[in-house]
Every structure is written in C-alpha cells, then in structure tokens.
Write a protein that binds this ligand. Structure first.
Ligand SMILES: [Mg+2]
Length: 365
C-alpha cells in the first residue's frame, strides 16, 4: 500500500471521550486506523483545548481508553505551541493556571518559572481581596526578588481575584511588584496565553466558564486601568492558526518517523464544537489556500454529533456553543466570521468521520 498523504487532527472531549467514558465509535474508528501490530496506518494527532493537565497523562489516559499506545508527542494541549516561542524560554515567567503548572511550563521549554502562589508568598501585601488571607502583620518589603520578565497563562486558575491582581501588578510594575511605577510601561511585558474558549459544557445544563472568560476579565481590567489594550505575544489553542500549524508539523514528523516519504497534503479535523474545532479548521484551510510554503493543501472540518453540537439542540446551552440562535463572538484577537462555522461534513460520530475520509482518499480498510 502506498504511504498516506493525509492525516487526522482529532479533538478529544465530545469526539473520543465524554467525561471519563470512551465513546464506542472511537474504538470502532481505531480498529480501522490501527494495524494488527498496534501501529497507526495514517498520522494522527489529538488536539484538545485542555491545558491544566500533563501531555504525558493525557496520552496515558487515551492509550487506556482506545486500546493502543498513544505517544505524548501525539497529544496537543492548548499551550503546546508555546514550545515554538523560544525567544521567551530563558526569561523569568510568571505562570497562571492550575494542576501541574510548573511541570507543564518546563516541558514547554521555560527554564525560570514563578507561580502566582510563589509571587504572593514573596509579596504578601499584594493580595488583599480575601480578608481571611490578608497578612496579619506588615512584612518587611522584599528587594531581593528578581524581576519577572513575562507572563504565561496556561489555563483557568482558581481564586481569580488573586491571579487578576498579581498579573496586573506584574504588568503595571514592569515585573517588579515591590517597587510600583508612576506610569504603566507600554508595551507591557510579553503575555502568552492558551485556550480562549469562553465557555464549555460539563454536566450542568448551562455552559461553564472557560479560560477565555478569565482572559476577558484580565483584558477588561487592563483596559479600564491603563486606557490601553492588553496585547498577546502569542494566543494559542483552537481556533488559533498557531495550533493548526503546530499540528501540521507534528503530523509531518510522525510520517517521517514511519518512513512515509509522501508529503501530507490533506488534513481532516474532527471535532464537536463549531466555535473552536470547525472555526479553527476552516480558518487554517483558508490560510492554506494563500500559503506558498509547507506541504498541506487543505484542512477539512468534520463535525460530529457526540458532544456539544447536536443537530436538534435547543435551549440556552446550544446557541452559546455554536448551535442555532445568536452567534457567540469568540475572542477579541481572533475576530469572527460566521461563514467559518460551517463544517465541510456533519456526521454522527468519529467512526463515520473516519470511514468518510478513508473513502474519499480511496483507502479500503
Ligand atoms: Mg470537544
């Protein structure tokens, strides 16, 4: 059989798993895609907007659920493209989020990481909203704390008031919250952020706050306080182009490692969320139409009905996540073009998506 010239970008939640349960169609799909030796017949990457988790743990979880070995470098978390921002890797970065924050930041290449909690401990007079957590005595000011040189927003934190306050303190003081400046520096220190999803669906009937809602708060506070716009040195996670460019690179590397010489021309992105999966795949497809360099020529958006999108959805949850009703306008820096919400194909589940693609590519498996 000739080597594949196509590859898959598979979303995880709502496509392969729901909660902690595997969606049966995902097992079916991989029965076609994996050969008897347990090797994939075509390149596959798993692209999720999750961020407060380790790439390695996500790969282990997928391996257990899908019944074959998923490698960590097949998993793209919302912040994975930060690996490309090597110009910031040697800087001392304040990191916000929860879960294995420091390990994640290190795995992305950042050598000097300070958590919001560490900053709070070094400067106890900054975090004053919670009366219970205010210092009981006045601590001596610190002047031995090296300046922070940038901010990494890896995922939604807990105690938003603390993170909002301390991130603002860093931006307004040029990284020296012990000093205080008469005027806020602008441009401010570099800010890299992942996952702009305002909302996501969990067990509740209505959508839950995502990292995008935290970013919205930070942007609003920054604008109100300084009269200027918060600028991102990089914004990643679906639907940003960066995530798809990164995925394309990983698919090509995977093909090369398997000794498949043919370039990967056609990408198929399967997802359940029109606002992130479908919008992002269409945005990348549009970009590929004008791009001169690189191998990929197309990126087809395939929408499944096993997650947030339902063809019959009604009620408050559906419109906000891309069903019928008033459109939800994404993130400030990503613009909004309703035409990009239209999937090339709508199928019932990921197994049908895989069968459709194999058929289109003339593969009989
Ligand atoms: Mg999903």
């Amino acid at each position: 059989m000739s080597p594949p010239t196509f590859g898959f970008l598979l979303d995880i939640d709502g496509v392969l798993v729901r909660g902690h349960q595997v969606i049966p169609a995902a097992r079916e799909a991989f029965r076609r895609l994996v050969d008897p030796q347990g090797q994939l017949r075509v390149p596959v990457v798993f692209v999720t907007n999750a961020g407060n988790v380790l790439q390695r743990s996500k790969a282990q979880e997928l391996s257990a659920l899908l019944g074959f070995q998923v490698e960590p470098d097949q998993v793209i978390l919302s912040h994975s493209p930060m690996k490309l921002f090597s110009q910031h890797h040697d800087k001392r970065m304040l990191v916000s989020g929860q879960g294995p924050l420091v390990e994640n930041a290190r795995a992305l290449g950042f050598k000097h990481v300070v958590t919001v909690d560490e900053l709070r401990a070094a400067f106890p007079v900054l975090d004053m909203v919670d009366l219970q957590r205010r210092p009981k005595t006045t601590p001596l000011p610190r002047n031995d704390f090296p300046a922070i040189e940038g901010v990494l927003l890896l995922g939604e934190p807990v105690r938003w008031e603390t993170s909002l306050q301390l991130i603002m303190d860093i931006l307004l003081s040029d990284g020296n919250p012990g000093t205080g400046l008469a005027t806020a520096p602008y441009p401010h220190l570099p800010v890299l952020a992942s996952n702009t999803d305002l909302l996501w669906m969990a067990e509740a009937k209505m959508p839950r706050f995502g990292h995008g809602t935290f970013l919205l708060c930070l942007e609003a506070v920054y604008r109100k306080v300084t009269g200027r716009e918060l600028c991102y040195a990089g914004l990643m996670g679906k639907p940003s182009l960066l995530t798809y460019q990164y995925a394309e690179g990983l698919l090509a590397r995977q093909a090369a490692r398997r000794g498949w010489a043919a370039p990967i021309r056609s990408l198929y992105a399967v997802g359940d969320n029109p606002m992130s999966d479908i919008y992002g795949a269409n945005l990348f497809h549009q970009h590929l139409q004008t791009r001169q360099e690189g191998a990929a020529r197309s990126c087809a958006a395939i929408l499944v009905c096993t997650g947030v999108y339902s063809p019959r959805a009604r009620g408050p949850a559906a419109p906000a996540l891309g069903g019928e009703g008033p459109p939800f306008h994404g993130h400030r820096d990503l613009g909004f073009n309703p035409g990009l919400l239209q999937a090339a194909h709508v199928v019932s589940d990921v197994h049908e998506a895989v069968r459709l693609v194999l058929g289109k590519e003339g593969w009989t498996l």
